[in-house]
Ligand binder design. Structure first.
Ligand SMILES: Cc1ncc(COP(=O)(O)O)c(C=O)c1O
Length: 384
């Protein structure tokens, strides 16, 4: 069975699990900042808790935060749990990114931050975003923070500018479905050293050192992942996942879509073992992105298109965290491909404002709802 995604892990990441290295977190932060053209980087246990910490450390509370409707629900959870209000923006069907015209119209005197997600690795128009923020600041007379969510778009470029290298802060996440992994983990990158220092000091005062038991659990998890994604073994994993509730139960604490919730360890610091894996993954990054771009182009050139299918655009500078097609009959396609031993993904099966916990929000985002019903993701890893 070809899995819908597969972390690009090698034997060196496996060996790193058996070494007990101190100081890896600091090294990973420095290497990450260098790689993605930031002045500094501050690590966290998850992307969502990095985002939450940003709001808390800067005392942003009771504010409206503009964000896309078609994104991971935990982005909205981080906004809500930090005491702020998400304002959802519909997406552009061309590249799945937040529609900046709608975003601009939603800005009010209460808006204190804009989260621009580079969805599926497609770069948002940085120039337009920056203009929009400047205009909002001039109109309302206060700071409007520009947060770039780069969790799908490590190193993507908009017109030769690397995304995340402008604006106030960029967020990255490193769970096993991301382009590079640290088992679990998150990062904030900054262009302003003072702001980075502020976040690091705040994190050190509010986040704790994880337990020894957790560091063993994380090692065991990566070991299991390493073997589970072997294409022979993956058939069994796929069966457990699609035919039994067993694996869902294991991941439940990490991700609930219908409840505004964080995992209990969201205030643990990143582990040295996670950072050691991250350092090795950074070394693989260039090849990972090259392969993804090549496979995405191959799909676009060679896939036999059927009636009603909408293929994704090939965009210069995109990193293709996912290869997303819209199809009118998703369940049939999934069954058909499964019979050929190919697992089809459905990355975002909801528009966030349609989720039970956000329906009070009164936002209608028709394109996001359409995508939540029609999108599928084809595998984009070196087993394809
Ligand atoms: C676009 C986006 N932003 C943020 C996150 C949050 O990352 P994490 O799961 O590490 O909290 C994710 C999660 O996968 C994501 O897809």
């Amino acid at each position: 069975m070809i899995p819908r995604f597969k972390p690009a892990l090698g034997w060196s990441e496996l060996l790193a699990l058996f070494k007990f290295k101190r100081g890896a977190v600091k090294k990973f932060e420095q290497a990450f900042a260098r790689k993605f053209e930031a002045v500094d980087a501050v690590s966290f246990p998850y992307g969502r808790s990095a985002q939450w910490a940003f709001f808390k450390a800067l005392g942003i509370e009771g504010a409206e935060v503009i964000m896309p409707s078609y994104t991971c629900s935990v982005v909205a959870h981080a906004v809500s749990l930090s005491g702020n209000i998400p304002r959802f923006v519909d997406i552009d069907l061309h590249d799945y990114n937040m529609d900046l015209g709608i975003a601009e119209a939603l800005i009010t005197s209460k808006t204190r931050a804009i989260i621009a997600t580079h969805t599926f690795g497609y770069p948002q128009n940085l120039e337009r975003l920056e203009k929009m923020v400047k205009k909002a600041e001039q109109e309302h007379g206060h700071k409007v923070w520009l947060i770039q969510d780069c969790c799908h778009a490590f190193g993507a470029k908009w017109k030769s500018r690397i995304i995340g290298s402008s604006g106030d802060v960029a967020i990255y996440a490193f769970n096993i479905s991301k382009m590079i992994t640290t088992i679990f983990g998150g990062m904030l990158t900054f262009q302003d050293q003072e702001l980075a220092n502020k976040l690091r000091t705040w994190r050190d005062a509010h986040y704790q050192k994880p337990s020894f038991i957790k560091s063993f659990k994380r090692r065991f998890y990566l070991l299991a992942v390493f073997f589970a994604f072997n294409s022979v073994i993956y058939g069994l994993v796929w069966w457990l996942q699609s035919k039994t509730p067993f694996l869902n139960k294991l991941t439940k604490a990490y991700h609930l879509d219908n409840k505004i919730h964080f995992p209990p360890d969201y205030k643990d610091k990143m582990l040295d073992v996670e950072a050691s894996v991250g350092l090795l993954q950074l070394g693989r990054y260039d090849k990972i992105i090259r392969d993804r771009r090549r496979i995405a182009e191959d799909y676009n050139n060679k896939l036999e298109i059927r009636t009603g299918w909408v293929l994704p655009p090939i965009v210069e500078g995109a990193t293709y965290s996912h290869y997303t097609i819209r199809v009118p009959n998703r369940e049939e396609i999934k069954k058909e491909y499964a019979a050929k031993s190919v697992e089809i993904g459905e990355l975002i099966q909801y528009s966030v404002p349609d989720l039970k916990c956000y329906t009070d929000n009164n936002s209608e985002c028709k394109n996001a709802t359409l995508c939540s019903r029609e999108t599928i993701n084809l595998p984009l890893h070196n087993n394809v």
